[in-house]
Design a protein around this ligand. Structure first.
Ligand code: HEM
Length: 444
C-alpha cells in the first residue's frame, strides 16, 4: 500500500500549486543527486532533463499525485484504450503509468525491474524507517517470514474475530438513536483505526491522537517536519509498550511480533517500530476508504443492500466487488532503476513508474462491463491488494472488517440511505474513497 496521501484532501488552490512546485523541485533534486543515476541536468521548477528529454505527458492538466479528478475512471479508460504505458504528471514531473490489467499484474510480479524498495525508500523511509515495503530479496523474505508468522491463523480466528463484531456494534450504538450520521467521521475511520489498536492491544488511547500520528506519518511528502514529529512521538509511545510485551506477551499481534522467531532470528526493536509505523497507514487508511466506498456502492445500488439483508452469505461477493470497483489503493508508486521496455513502451532508467491498480481493475479485456458495480460477475481477480512479493499482509483482515461492517449495517439499519446522493462521491487519485457519507434512517 502506498503511503502517499492525496494532497488535495488537505490543500487547495494556490497552496496546492505551491506545494506542487516545491515537490517538483525536491523530486528533481532527488533524481539528480540521490539516485546517482544522474539522468537529469536539472534547471529549476519545470526544468527538463538535458540528456534525455521527458516525453510530453498525456492529460497534462492532471497531476496524478495531487489533483482531484472528478471523472478519474473516464480519464483512465481513455488512457487505457490508447496506451498500455502512459507518460503522466506525478508530483510535477513525468511518470509512467501502467494502465492495463495484464501489464500491471506482470509488473507487480517483477520486483527486480520495478523494485518496491526503490520507491518506498524515497517516499516513506525517512519518516517510517525501513519498513518491509523498503526491502527486497533475502532481507524481505526474512522479515516477511517473521511478520507473517506473527499474523498466525489463531490470531485471526480467535483474538481478532472476538472483537470485530462488538466494535462495529459499539460504533453504531453511538448514532443509532439519532436518525442521522456521517459515516466517514462516525464509523469507517473509527472502525479501521480501532481494529488496528485492538489488534495490537494498545492501551485505551485517545483516538484523535492516534489518528493524528497515523495521518502525520503519511504526510511526509507534503509536511516532512510534521511527519518527523509524528514519528518521534509515536515511537516514544510504542517503545514502552513493546518493552512490556517482550516480557509479558499476550495474544495480540504486537506480542507476537515481540517474541516471534524463525530459524533463531527475531525482529529487532527498530524492525518492530517501522512495522508499527507502517501498520496505521497500510492497515487503517486503506481499510476505512474501502469501507466507505463499499457503503457508498451498496447505498447507491439499493437492490444489493436489500439482497444482503435477505441473505448474509452474499456479503463476501459484495466486498470482493467493492474492492475491485473502487480500489482504496488506486495508484502505487514504483521506480525503474534500469532502462526497460514494458508492454512495448520504453521506460528510461531513473523514471518514476505508477502501477494503475484502479485502471487495471476496470480493464474491459478482463472484466465485462467494467464500470458497473456487479457483485455477481464471473471475474473474481483484482489487483487492489497488490500481487507477488509485497502482496498485502492484511488482506484477510481487511475483507473481514468490510464483511462484518456490512452485516451489522444490514441487520441494524436496513432503511439506511444517503441524505443527498448527488452531493456524495468517491475521490482521490492515489488513495480513493468518499470524504463524507451523510446518511439518514429511522432512529432506533
Ligand atoms: C482494504 C484494505 C487494504 C488494501 C486495499 C491494502 C492494499 C495493499 C497493497 C496494494 C499492498 C502492496 C503495496 C505495494 O506493492 O506497493 C499492501 C501491502 C501491505 N499491506 Fe495492505 N491493504 C489493506 C489493508 C491492510 C491491513 C488491514 C493490513 C494490516 C493489518 C495491511 C498490511 C499490509 C502490509 C504490512 C503490507 C506490506 C507487505 C510487504 O511489503 O511485504 N493492509 N496492502
Amino acid at each position: 500500500m502506498n503511503v502517499n496521501r492525496d494532497a488535495a484532501q488537505r490543500h487547495t488552490g494556490s497552496e496546492l500549486r505551491r506545494d506542487r512546485d516545491r515537490r517538483a523541485l525536491e523530486h528533481a533534486w532527488f533524481l539528480a543527486n540521490e539516485t546517482g543515476w544522474g539522468r537529469f541536468g536539472y534547471s529549476g521548477i519545470g526544468g527538463r532533463c538535458v540528456a534525455m528529454p521527458d516525453p510530453s505527458p498525456e492529460v497534462p492538466h492532471i497531476d496524478f499525485a495531487s489533483d482531484e479528478v472528478p471523472d478519474l475512471h473516464d480519464v483512465l479508460a481513455d488512457l487505457r484504450e490508447r496506451h498500455a504505458v502512459a507518460p503522466v504528471l506525478y508530483h510535477g514531473s513525468v511518470a509512467y503509468l501502467i494502465t492495463r490489467f495484464q501489464d500491471v499484474h506482470a509488473a507487480f510480479s517483477d520486483d527486480e525491474t520495478f523494485p518496491s524498495a526503490s520507491a518506498y525508500l524515497r517516499h516513506s523511509a525517512p519518516v517510517m524507517g525501513k519498513t518491509i515495503q523498503c526491502m527486497g530479496g533475502q532481507e524481505h523474505r526474512r522479515n516477511r517470514a517473521l511478520v507473517s508468522k506473527a499474523f498466525r491463523p489463531k490470531l485471526m480466528t480467535e483474538f481478532v474475530e472476538a472483537f470485530l463484531t462488538p466494535v462495529a456494534h459499539q460504533l453504531v450504538d453511538t448514532f443509532a438513536g439519532e436518525g442521522q450520521a456521517e459515516l466517514v467521521a462516525q464509523y469507517t475511520t473509527r472502525y479501521a483505526f480501532t481494529v488496528i489498536t485492538r489488534l495490537l492491544d494498545f492501551p485505551p488511547t485517545d483516538f484523535e491522537q492516534l489518528k493524528r500520528w497515523g495521518d502525520g506519518l503519511i504526510d511526509f511528502p507534503w509536511d516532512p517536519e510534521g511527519a518527523q514529529q509524528a514519528s518521534r512521538e509515536f515511537t516514544a509511545y510504542a517503545k514502552t509498550i513493546v518493552d512490556d510485551r517482550r516480557v509479558n506477551p499476550g495474544e495480540d499481534l504486537l506480542s507476537a511480533l515481540a517474541v516471534v522467531e524463525v530459524e533463531s532470528e527475531r525482529l529487532s526493536d527498530e524492525e518492530i517500530f517501522s512495522f508499527l509505523r507502517l501498520l496505521f497507514p497500510a492497515g487503517a487508511d486503506t481499510t476505512y476508504r474501502g469501507l466507505g466506498s463499499m457503503l457508498y456502492a451498496v447505498l447507491t445500488h439499493r437492490e444489493t443492500f436489500e439482497r444482503v439483508q435477505r441473505d448474509a452469505s452474499e456479503i463476501p461477493a459484495v466486498v470482493q466487488e467493492a474492492l475491485r470497483w473502487e480500489s482504496p489503493t488506486a495508484i502505487l508508486p514504483r521506480f525503474a532503476p534500469k532502462d526497460v521496455k514494458w508492454a512495448g513502451y520504453d521506460i528510461p532508467a531513473g523514471s518514476e513508474v505508477l502501477f494503475g491498480v484502479t485502471s487495471a481493475n476496470r480493464d474491459a479485456q478482463v472484466f465485462a462491463q467494467p464500470q458497473q458495480f456487479d457483485p455477481w460477475r464471473n471475474e473474481r481477480e483484482f489487483l487492489s491488494f497488490g500481487q507477488g512479493l509485497h502482496f498485502c499482509l492484511g488482506s484477510h483482515l481487511a475483507r473481514r472488517e468490510m464483511e462484518v461492517s456490512l452485516r451489522v449495517f444490514a441487520e441494524r439499519l436496513p432503511d439506511l440511505q444517503l441524505t443527498d446522493p448527488q452531493q456524495v462521491g468517491i475521490s482521490g487519485t492515489v488513495l480513493r474513497g468518499p470524504k463524507a457519507l451523510p446518511v439518514r434512517f429511522a432512529p432506533r
